[in-house]
Design a protein around this ligand. Structure first.
Ligand code: GDP
Length: 458
C-alpha cells in the first residue's frame, strides 16, 4: 500500500547523458528536504526564496558539493501535484543525476512510484481522472493527432463537458427529491416538464460524446494495418514510403519479404500499426510458406488492408486470388494501383471489386492522398480534434454508455408517471457512472491500473 502522505522524489527526465536532468520533490516536507540538499548561492535558504523563480545554487551532501544547478519552488496548491513541490535541475549525466537523487532521498524523501506525481495531482483535485489519462496518452503519442487529442485544451474540454453533465444531473435529482420529501411545499424550482427537458438535453449531449469515440479511439490506439499483394507489386516500397526509410528490403527478386515486418508509423494525423507481409501466393518454399500463413492471419487481425497491385502489368491469377480472398474480410480494404508512374494496364477488375481505390507511385509519389482517404474512412469529419471534447478510451466509453442507459431509464420513468423516487434511483445510478468516469468515485483497482502505465517521475 503506497503512503501518499509521504514526501517523494524522482528523476523526471529519461535516464542517459543529456544537457540537464530534472528531479522533482513533492509532499509536505518537500521544502525542508530541499533546504537540506540545495544551498542557494545568495545564502538565503531555498524555502525562503520567492516561489516559481529560478534559484541558482549548489547541491550538497552534507558539506560535499555534488553538483550545481537551479531550483524552483512551487508552494501548494499551485503546483502540478497540488502539494509543495521543488524542481531541481542538475547536470544530465547518469551518475550525477543518480547521486543528486540519492542525496535528496537521504534528506528525507522516498522514491516516487510510477505515475505518483500525476496520481497525487488527481488525488488532490488538480486533475480529473480523464485529464490524468490524457497526460498518460500525451507521453505515449506517436502522431500529431494523438498529440492534439491529449493536449491540455482537449483534456480540459472533456473534463468540463463531464463536469457540466454531472452538475446537471445532480441539480435535476435534487429538484426531484425536493418534490418527494416536501410534496406539500413548493420547493421544487423546476417543473416536471422542465426536468424532463433538461434530462433530454443531457441525453443528447451524452449521445454526441459517445459518438466521438470512433474518432478518439482510432487516433488514440492507431489502426492495425496490413500491406498485402503478390510478389513484386511494390509492397516493400510502400512500406518504406510509409516508414520514410529503408526498413524492408526492396528488390527485383520476387518473394524477398518472407515474413511479416511490423512498425508503428504516422500517416497524416493517424497512427498505423503496419505489417508488410509476404505476398499471398502459393509457394513450395517452406520459409516463405510460413510467411504466407502469417500474412493471412494478419489480415484477419487488421482493421485496414492496403491491397497492392502492379498497375504497369496486367492482373495475374494471383492478383485475382487476392481480390477473392479479400472479399470476406471485415477490415476496410484500400486497393492501391501502384507503379502509376509507368504506363498502366487495365485494372477494371480491381476498380469493380473495391470501393476504395487509389493510384500511387510508391517509388516517386507521396502519401498525402492516402492519408486523406484513411482519415476520411476512420474518423468522423464532424469531430474537431483539439477543439471538441472527445472520448478516447474504452473505460471512458463504457462508463458513459452506462450513464446514458441509466439516464434513459430515468426519463422513461418520468414519462410513465411513476413515483419520482424511481427516476431518482436511476438518476443516482447515472451520476454514479459519471463519477466513475471522471474519477470522483472510482475503485482503487481502476486507479492503480491507470497509473501503472505511467513512468517514474511523471
Ligand atoms: P514487393 O515484392 O511487393 O515488396 O515489391 P518491392 O517493393 O520489392 O518492389 C518490386 C520492384 O518494383 C522494385 O524494383 C521496386 O523498385 C519497383 N517498384 C515498386 N514500386 C514502384 C513504383 O511505384 N514505380 C516503379 N516504377 N517501380 C516500383
Amino acid at each position: 500500500m503506497i503512503d501518499f502522505s509521504a514526501t517523494v522524489a524522482a528523476i523526471a527526465t529519461p535516464p542517459g547523458k543529456g544537457g540537464v536532468a530534472l528531479i522533482r520533490v513533492t509532499g509536505p516536507e518537500a521544502f525542508a528536504v530541499a533546504d537540506k540538499c540545495f544551498r542557494p548561492s545568495r545564502g538565503t535558504p531555498l524555502s525562503l526564496c520567492p516561489p516559481r523563480t529560478a534559484v541558482r545554487g549548489d547541491i550538497v551532501d552534507g558539506e560535499e558539493v555534488v553538483d550545481d544547478g537551479l531550483a524552483l519552488l512551487f508552494p501548494a496548491p499551485h503546483s502540478y501535484t497540488g502539494e509543495d513541490t521543488v524542481e531541481i535541475t542538475c547536470h544530465g549525466g547518469l551518475l550525477v543525476t543518480r547521486t543528486v537523487l540519492e542525496v535528496i532521498l537521504s534528506a528525507g524523501a522516498r522514491l516516487a512510484s510510477a505515475g505518483e506525481f500525476t496520481r497525487r495531482a488527481y488525488m488532490n483535485g488538480t486533475l480529473s481522472l480523464t485529464e490524468a489519462e490524457g497526460i498518460g496518452s500525451l507521453l505515449e503519442a506517436t502522431s500529431r493527432g494523438q498529440l492534439r487529442l491529449s493536449a491540455r485544451e482537449s483534456r480540459s474540454r472533456l473534463s468540463q463537458a463531464l463536469s457540466a453533465l454531472h452538475e446537471e444531473l445532480v441539480l435535476v435529482m435534487a429538484s426531484l427529491y425536493a418534490t418527494i420529501d416536501y410534496p406539500e411545499e413548493d420547493l421544487a424550482q423546476l417543473s416536471r416538464e422542465d426536468l424532463t427537458q433538461r434530462l433530454t438535453e443531457a441525453q443528447h449531449t451524452m449521445r454526441a460524446l459517445l459518438a466521438t469515440y470512433k474518432t478518439g479511439r482510432t487516433i488514440a490506439e492507431g489502426i492495425p494495418t496490413v500491406i498485402c499483394g503478390r510478389p513484386n507489386v511494390g509492397k516493400s516500397s510502400l512500406y518504406n514510403l510509409l516508414c520514410c526509410e529503408d526498413a524492408a528490403i526492396v528488390t527485383d527478386v520476387a518473394g524477398t519479404t518472407r515474413d511479416v515486418l511490423e512498425r508503428t508509423v504516422a500517416l497524416g494525423d493517424l497512427t498505423l500499426h503496419l505489417s508488410d507481409t509476404a505476398g499471398i501466393h502459393e509457394t513450395e518454399d517452406l520459409v516463405e510458406r510460413i510467411g504466407v500463413e502469417r500474412s493471412c492471419a494478419k489480415i484477419e487481425e487488421s482493421q485496414l488492408v492496403f491491397a497492392v497491385f502492379d498497375a504497369s502489368e496486367s492482373l495475374t491469377d494471383e492478383d485475382l486470388r487476392l481480390i477473392d480472398a479479400l472479399r470476406g474480410t471485415s477490415a476496410t480494404v484500400v486497393a492501391i494501383l501502384n507503379k502509376w508512374d509507368l504506363p498502366h494496364a487495365d485494372m477494371q477488375a480491381v476498380e469493380d471489386a473495391f470501393s476504395h481505390v487509389l493510384t500511387l507511385s510508391a517509388k516517386t509519389g507521396d502519401t498525402a492522398p492516402l492519408a486523406l482517404l484513411v482519415r476520411d474512412l476512420f474518423t468522423d469529419g464532424a469531430v474537431q480534434v483539439g477543439q471538441d471534447a472527445i472520448l478516447s478510451n474504452a473505460r471512458q466509453y463504457a462508463s458513459l454508455a452506462t450513464a446514458l442507459e441509466q439516464l434513459t431509464y430515468a426519463l422513461e420513468a418520468l414519462a410513465a408517471g411513476v413515483p419520482a423516487d424511481v427516476a431518482c434511483g436511476d438518476l443516482e445510478a447515472a451520476i454514479g457512472s459519471l463519477s466513475m468516469l471522471d474519477g470522483r468515485e472510482v475503485s482503487q483497482e481502476v486507479v492503480d491500473r491507470i497509473f501503472s502505465h505511467f513512468c517514474v517521475g511523471k
